[in-house]
Design a protein around this ligand. Structure first.
Ligand code: ATP
Length: 560
């Protein structure tokens, strides 16, 4: 499937629209249409039900070290600015960007890749903002143009290696800036491995138009209240997790939860992404589904494995195919400074080069980093310890709340700061993955019995926006009346669609396209014996049931 086909279907059938489309759209923002809103709600509800409401806290679920409780929260999007200082987002939540003086385009530094090429005695780095085979093709094309070569002269180009990211070439630069932001080299400028004057930018025709990488904080700012100055600056949350940490004590004090337990939250997050792209995959406003699971430090490695595996299984159960879904444990050097283990659940989205995967969810063992930071002040690693970061005078750089965020186990009489396992998923990325996976084309007989191309969404019944459609075969002989009765019976139980317009074959196709699992048709036989046909979206099989049994029949099949 080509991504353009899915994007076109989403727009045509009302799953997704560009935000503010009549004004030309706003990059990085999307609106869910009437069908999209149902689909995304179903994703969120499946998550909430499977993780929170249907969770049986009396018995351990398969693979869990013990039984545990799950509760929910819904926190505000704008929080006290100190939250982001202690969480580390204020200092560290940034990407590096490079600007192109020629094209005025802006790129994420780590997404610019390219190849060294030598020709006519000159050695230049030809950059592209695409990876994989497409990136290779693009750099070849650009180099040919730059050196004014024709197809047959391609041998004149001598390539060095395959595609590498600019950021990789400049490893020392990135480390210097990220790991030790305070300490700059004597010259005040980091040393470069790449001479930027020799880089041909992704959309440039001349050399050296890319600026040096600059830090760019991803948090969107706002100024609540009447005064607009530094002291009133606040941020739109870049993740929902911090609302959970700062409410840890409130939840413990107001409920009877005991460790181990988890707090779940679904809500909007905002990131000023430098290059939002790939449909809803990278947006500036998106929705997250996050769990912070609090446990005893001794059992945390087991809980980490449990959540990693359980979350992976959730996507499989809802229909993502095993070969396009993978669980990838991070290498040691990929881990954040506080993490003792992180795994990404990734999906091979069709817009990515073959063999590449995009993150759907991260599951991280965060140790006691967050609760301690919010209690004591922002932590940094010193040797193998986390200590409060201090300024030149030895005072905490970002002071914590000063509240005791430890936990007292009244059975073992032990006081400790819980460790946290965080499964952090994106509702929009999950929705997009389910749509990509569901998109199918096959051949099926049309209304004249002629095999023609059929497009259908093979969505899991739990996710399908409409669960069943009801049609009278023709708009006469009392068929619409019977069909309306069936529709009225089903409607209070699940989303149902009634349609009496155009040929029945076309009505089937319209439902296939939006993933409706079942279509019920009232025909002339219904008028004689009360039976209707039910048609299965995936197999196209049709069978008859009595019209009074439609509800039970569908309930059983939708639950299966
Ligand atoms: P990426 O590396 O792709 O930017 P991330 O590692 O920064 O993602 P996390 O901070 O772990 O992402 O956020 C948790 C989840 O939130 C991600 O797995 C993803 O599903 C979702 N998410 C993060 N950023 C975006 C975004 N810009 N648009 C849509 N979803 C996002």
């Amino acid at each position: 499937m080509e991504m353009e086909q899915l994007v076109a279907l989403c727009r045509r059938r009302g799953f997704l629209f560009q935000s503010s489309e009549i004004y030309g759209g706003l990059q990085g923002f999307w609106d869910y249409g009437p069908l999209g809103v149902e689909l995304k709600r179903n994703v969120r509800e499946a998550w909430w039900r499977d993780m929170v409401t249907a969770h049986n806290e009396l018995e351990p679920p398969p693979g869990a070290p013990s039984a545990f409780e799950m509760v929910g929260l819904d926190c505000s999007i704008i929080m006290h600015p100190q939250v982001w200082k202690c969480s580390g987002h204020y200092d560290l939540f940034h990407d590096f960007m490079v600007d192109c003086r020629e094209s005025n385009k802006r790129y994420r530094y780590d997404q610019v890749c390219g190849r060294w090429v030598e020709c006519k005695g000159q050695r230049i780095f030809v950059a592209s903002d695409l990876g994989g085979d497409e990136g290779i093709e693009l750099t070849r094309h650009k180099a040919m143009k730059f050196f004014n070569l024709r197809g047959k002269d391609a041998d004149a180009l001598a390539w060095e290696g395959t595609l590498v990211s600019l950021a990789e070439l400049e490893e020392p630069y990135v480390e210097l800036k990220i790991i030790d932001t305070k300490e700059k080299p004597a010259s005040g400028k980091p040393s470069f491995l790449v001479d930027f004057s020799q880089v041909l930018g992704p959309d440039a025709k001349t050399l050296g138009t890319l600026t040096e990488p600059r830090e760019f904080n991803l948090m969107l700012e706002t100024y609540p209240g009447p005064v607009r100055d530094e002291s009133s600056k606040a941020f739109l949350r870049p993740e929902t997790a911090q609302g959970i940490f700062v409410n840890f004590k409130n939840v413990c004090d107001s409920t009877r939860v005991r460790i181990p337990f988890g707090i779940a939250q679904i809500g909007k997050s905002f990131r000023n992404e430098i290059t939002p792209r790939n449909f809803t995959f990278r947006s500036r406003e998106f929705e997250q589904m996050e769990i912070e699971f609090f446990c005893h430090p001794d059992t945390s490695p087991e809980w980490y494995r449990y959540w990693r595996d359980r979350r992976y299984q959730w996507y499989l159960d809802l229909g993502l195919a095993g070969e396009r879904l993978r669980l990838r444990d991070h290498e040691k050097d990929e881990l954040s400074h506080y993490s003792r283990g992180t795994a990404d659940i990734e999906y091979a989205f069709p817009f990515l080069p073959t063999g590449e995967f995009g993150e759907l969810e991260g599951v991280a063992h965060r140790g006691d980093f967050d609760l301690r930071s919010h209690a004591e002040g922002k932590l940094v690693r010193q040797g193998d310890k986390l200590v409060v970061e201090t300024d030149a005078e030895g005072k905490p750089r970002h002071r914590g709340s000063g509240k005791d965020l430890s936990y007292f186990d009244d059975q073992t009489k032990e006081r400790f700061i819980p460790h946290v396992i965080e499964p952090s998923a994106g509702a929009d990325r999950a929705t997009l993955a389910f749509l990509c996976e569901a998109y199918r084309e096959d051949e099926a007989p049309d209304e004249h019995g002629k095999p023609t191309k059929r497009l259908f969404l093979k969505l899991h019944p739990r996710l399908a926006p409409i669960k069943a459609a009801v049609f009278p075969l023709v708009k006469k002989d009392g068929m619409p009346e019977v069909a309306r009765e069936i529709y009225k019976t089903l409607k209070p139980h699940f989303p149902v669609f009634y349609d009496e317009k155009s040929a029945v074959g076309r009505r089937y196709r319209r439902q296939d396209e939006v993933g409706t699992p079942f279509c019920i048709t009232v025909d002339s036989q219904t008028l004689q014996d009360g039976t209707v046909t039910i048609r299965d979206r995936d197999t196209l099989r049709q069978w008859r049931v009595h019209k009074d049994e439609c509800l039970d029949e569908l309930k059983t099949r939708l639950m299966a």
